[in-house]
Structures are given as structure tokens and as C-alpha cells.
Design a protein around this ligand. Structure first.
Ligand code: HEM
Length: 260
């Protein structure tokens, strides 16, 4: 059969995947489903792009990493911008179908958790949120145990003359990546002496700021839509989400900015 737009993109399957649960149907539930599915697709792409970034870091490919970070930071900006669309849904409209979500929550997004782990924000206890026999659990566990982008970033920096302390190179990669003053010192000099590397470091900062911005906007979206109700995932809701704010992916990049 001749390949067409529709068969290439498997549109029959894709467009058959939006099934509102409300009855009678609440108009905005379609938006709610579509936007979450779109986020999952972007998460898929981000995971894909970070595999490339790891390869670029290993190969000391600065320009590859620059173009890849330019892409992921632009996706991140889109992820933030898309929340505006969901904010056109009122609390009244959401409460019309929220009960139908039962205990379903973004907290159970395996790809979001994988993304955090890929970026070095590891927390083994979060695996408990997934059924131990599920493919999602296996995937998130694999991400927990593999080296993060931060570890590959150290490999790259070492090739660019930044001294990476031995304990950092041998660290337990299932634990969160931590800031380090020696790395900060090296980054400071890289900024001053290697302007091409500085371009990459700024793009990484853009991405980092973008993810923090998404978390903040998601808190405000939640607050304006459900106020102080508890989450469908069983957390305290807004108060729980606030604890995830202002946690950078690359703390070393933030720690040196006052020195210039
Ligand atoms: C009306 C819209 C939304 C509301 C009211 C809402 C509410 C919440 C709440 C209360 C939590 C905390 C866990 C819980 O108890 O359920 C949560 C977590 C989460 N939500 Fe949303 N959310 C909304 C839209 C979205 C969208 C569009 C996404 C995009 C994928 C998303 C992704 C997530 C993720 C990834 C978490 C886990 C965050 C973490 O553990 O750091 N949410 N959400």
C-alpha cells in the first residue's frame, strides 16, 4: 500500500485515543485529554533528545550538544506556553469531570519521572508509585540506575579541561546529582576562556530555568483550578507541588553567576 500522510503518522490509531469519561460529556474533558497526551509526546521527544545529548557529551561534540540543547530548551518553552491553553478551563468546568479521573494523576507519569531521573533528579522511593510488574516500573527503574545527563556533562567538561573530582566520577548514579565547588571553579574559567563552551552553558541554563518555570506554572494552574483540594493522586495538592519548586538540574551553573 502506498504510504500516505495518514498511514505514515498512524492517524487512525492516534485520533482514536481520546475517550472522555464524563457522562453527559463535559465539553472541556477533550481539551484535558488532548493536552496531557501532547505533553506525553513531548516528554517522549525530550527523552529521545537527551540520548543524543549524552552521545554528544561522550564524543566531545560541542556543536552537536549546542544544537540539541537549543532544541530541548525550545520544547521546554512550548511546554510552559501550553499551560495557557489549559488555563482557559474554569474550576467549574473541571469539577464537572474531575471525579471521573478517580486516582489518575500526572504524578503517575512514567515519562516525567524518567525525565527527572535522566536529568539527575533521582529518587528511588518514587518507583513505589508504579506497579512492580509493569513495563512503566521497569523503564523508570532502568532510568534510575543509568548515568544521568549530569554525569555525561562531567565527561564532556573533563575533555574541555575542567577538573572533575574523582569522587564525582565514581559517584552512585542512583543518587541525585549534587553541586560541587571544584566543578564550579572549572565552569567559571570555562565561561571566561572558552566562549564557544559558554554558549552551551547558557543554553543548558535556559533549559533548567524552563523546567523550573514549568513547575511553577503547573502549581499556579493547579491552584487556580482546584484551590486547596487534595490531588487525585492523593497528595496534599498545591502544598505538595510547591516543594518541587526552585530545584535546579544544573546547580553548578547557577552557583557561579554572581562572580562575573
Ligand atoms: C487542571 C489541570 C491540572 C491539575 C488540577 C493538576 C494537579 C496536580 C496535582 C494536585 C498534582 C500532585 C499529585 C496529586 O496528588 O495528584 C499533580 C502532579 C503532576 N502533574 Fe498535574 N495537574 C494538572 C495538569 C497537568 C498537566 C497538563 C500535566 C502535563 C503532563 C501535569 C503533569 C503533572 C506531573 C508530571 C505531576 C507530578 C509532579 C511531581 O511529582 O513533581 N499536570 N498535578
Amino acid at each position: 500500500m502506498e504510504l500516505t500522510y495518514s498511514t505514515y503518522l498512524k492517524l487512525d490509531r492516534l485520533l482514536d485515543l481520546q475517550t472522555p469519561h464524563s457522562d453527559p460529556e463535559e465539553h472541556d474533558e477533550m481539551l484535558f485529554i488532548v493536552i496531557h497526551q501532547v505533553y506525553e509526546l513531548w516528554f517522549k521527544l525530550l527523552l529521545h533528545e537527551f540520548e543524543r545529548i549524552k552521545r554528544d557529551f561522550t564524543a566531545n561534540d560541542l556543536f552537536g550538544a549546542i544544537s540539541a540543547f537549543k532544541r530541548v530548551r525550545t520544547v521546554m518553552k512550548t511546554l510552559v506556553g501550553q499551560l495557557d491553553i489549559l488555563e482557559t478551563m474554569t474550576p467549574m468546568s473541571f469539577s464537572g469531570f474531575r471525579g471521573r479521573l478517580e486516582t489518575a494523576s500526572g504524578f503517575q507519569s512514567a515519562q516525567f519521572r524518567a525525565l527527572e531521573f535522566v536529568l539527575g533528579q533521582k529518587r528511588a522511593d518514587l518507583l513505589k508509585g508504579f506497579d512492580g510488574k509493569s513495563a512503566a516500573h521497569a523503564m523508570v527503574e532502568r532510568r534510575l540506575k543509568e548515568r544521568s545527563v549530569v554525569d555525561y556533562f562531567y565527561d564532556f567538561l573533563a575533555q574541555r579541561g575542567v577538573a572533575i573530582p574523582a569522587p564525582l566520577r565514581a559517584r552512585d548514579v542512583t543518587l541525585p546529582a549534587v553541586p560541587n565547588e571544584e566543578v564550579q571553579e572549572g565552569l567559571y574559567h570555562a565561561y571566561k576562556d572558552q566562549p564557544d563552551v559558554a554558549i552551551l552553558l547558557e543554553l543548558m541554563t535556559d533549559f533548567d530555568e524552563g523546567l523550573q518555570e514549568w513547575r511553577y506554572r503547573h502549581v499556579k494552574l493547579t491552584e487556580r483550578t482546584i484551590g486547596n483540594k487534595i490531588g487525585t493522586g492523593g497528595s496534599s495538592g498545591v502544598e505538595f507541588l510547591k516543594k518541587t519548586l526552585f530545584r535546579p538540574i544544573f546547580p553548578d551553573l547557577w552557583a557561579i553567576r554572581h562572580r562575573f
